[in-house]
Design a binder for this molecule. Structure first.
Ligand SMILES: [Zn+2]
Length: 301
């Protein structure tokens, strides 16, 4: 049908018919698994200053701009196909304007852009569900706490979702994802999502040697205790812990059959221009790492 329409109808009419009469451009998942990891609040400079041997198996970091300045809208954007990107390069997947991992609904893409998949549904998770994938997620931030009504836009469409109850239980999240994937039938494709909390304020992890609740990055520095150098060191230590803990998950999945995307959802300010934390449209909040590898290591077309 699509080929016939292409032959006999002008592009504008064809697009109208596809969207309004035939019900959209359809669902074209590409048959590969997908693993999406968001390193909550991870700054780009933290990422490049930290040894990350597990993530290096996936690829080198690109300097990208986050789609929003805090967790909820950034993930809503990512789940709509607007992943962090480098606006200066016309490179598919590195810049979502040039080409998206997932084109969702009627979101605008530039003429000639090349999208990896079309999931013409309300969001990426819904698209994978309709494509017959298992959708499994875990998020550490309270935005992913399914007891809260506000989490529904981010969590309700997953077939399985696990909120660990705090921001510092990555090992439990990994165990949940590994177990859920292991229980799938051999030929069952999956979309797995992991939001990591250890890189978020107050920057703490299970092997840290500083107090768990100590937050040295408070807006307005009300106690006079903010410390940019310690924030940097602690987020870096947390990222190194995350990299080591995620190694088993990256080994459990087949990189031949799985696309992997790792990115920050936003960063934090550490005193730049007198600002601390995120939820601020500041360069240090908006600049995040972007790392990806397509299944089998193929280059995007
Ligand atoms: Zn976040």
């Amino acid at each position: 049908m699509k080929r016939l329409l292409k032959r006999v109808l002008p592009a504008r009419v064809r697009t109208y018919l596809q969207r309004r009469v035939l019900g959209g451009e359809g669902i074209h998942a590409d048959g590969h698994n997908f693993l999406l990891i968001t390193l909550d609040s991870c700054r780009y400079d933290t990422y490049v200053e930290t040894a990350t041997p597990s993530f290096d198996r996936i690829g080198a970091p690109r300097k990208a701009l986050a789609p929003a300045n805090f967790t909820f809208p950034s993930h809503m954007a990512i789940f709509s196909g607007f992943t962090p990107g480098d606006p200066l390069v016309a490179e598919s997947l590195v810049n979502p304007v040039a080409g998206k991992f997932w084109k969702v609904g009627q979101t605008h893409t530039r003429k000639g852009s090349r999208n990896l998949m079309v999931l013409d549904c309300k969001n990426v998770i819904d698209g994978y569900n309709k494509a017959g994938y298992a959708t499994i997620g875990s998020g550490a931030m309270t935005w992913f706490d399914s007891r809260e009504a506000s989490s529904a836009p981010l969590t309700a469409d997953f077939q399985q979702f696990y909120y660990p109850g705090n921001y510092y239980s990555l090992a439990k999240q990994i165990a949940y994802l590994e177990r859920s994937i292991r229980l799938l039938a051999d030929d069952q494709r999956f979309f797995a999502f992991l939001n990591v909390g250890e890189t978020h304020l107050p920057y703490w992890h299970a092997e840290a040697d500083w107090p768990r609740g100590e937050n040295l990055c408070l807006p307005f520095d009300p106690q006079g205790t903010n410390d940019a150098a310690k924030c940097r060191a602690r987020q870096s230590s947390s990222l190194a812990y995350v990299d080591g803990t995620i190694a088993s998950l990256l080994e459990a999945i087949s990189l031949e059959e799985t696309h992997v995307l790792i990115c920050g959802d936003h960063g934090d300010c550490w005193g730049e221009d007198g600002l601390w934390g995120h939820g601020i449209t500041h360069e240090m909040v908006m600049t995040v790492p972007l790392v990806y590898r397509l299944a089998g290591g193929v280059e995007p077309s």
